[in-house]
Design a protein around this ligand. Structure first.
Ligand code: UDP
Ligand code: MG
Length: 139
């Protein structure tokens, strides 16, 4: 079981605000190792496929537009208890509710443009990491 990896994206708002570096520093300080990383822009189709699990939710259309609106950084991170510890490090989906010092508290603009993605389970971490990275791209 892949209990020690999670998947993250630095979303378009945080890239646009020049916060890739500060967010990677928080990830590093949080004790995560970078297993894989790439800088790319998703097509609308790719963003739609990645977020297909949310296709019935009212914000799906906007989310797909937003996530394909500019470049992102995608990465696989490893640490003991990676999924839960990374959710703690990033804070609540809505930055207004995110704990002080969390990545979303520090860098997110709104509930939609909330700086980073973090997997919600080991199963989804594996699916999401496989969406972006082959075995040859992981170290
Ligand atoms: N989102 C949104 N409006 C909402 C809830 C979520 O725009 O009311 C966006 C936001 O970018 C969020 C993503 O959809 O990160 C996925 O939602 P989820 O509930 O999975 O939140 P997360 O796991 O990212 O905290
Ligand atoms: Mg989620």
């Amino acid at each position: 079981m892949a209990t020690n990896i999670t998947f993250t994206m630095i979303k378009p708002d945080a890239v646009e605000a020049n916060n890739i570096g500060p967010i990677l520093a928080k990830i590093n300080e949080g004790g995560f190792r970078i297993v894989a990383m790439k800088y790319l822009r998703l097509t609308k189709e790719q963003a739609g496929e990645f977020y297909a699990v949310h296709s019935a939710r009212p914000f799906y259309g906007e989310l797909v537009e937003y996530m394909s609106s500019g470049p992102i950084v995608a990465a696989v991170l490893s640490k003991d208890n990676a999924v839960n510890d990374y959710r703690t490090l990033i804070g609540a989906t809505d930055p207004a509710k995110a704990e002080k010092g969390t990545i979303r508290n520090l860098f997110a603009k709104s509930i939609a443009a909330n700086a980073v993605h973090g997997s919600d389970s080991d199963e989804n971490a594996a699916i999401e990491a496989d969406f972006f990275f082959s075995k040859l791209e992981r170290f």
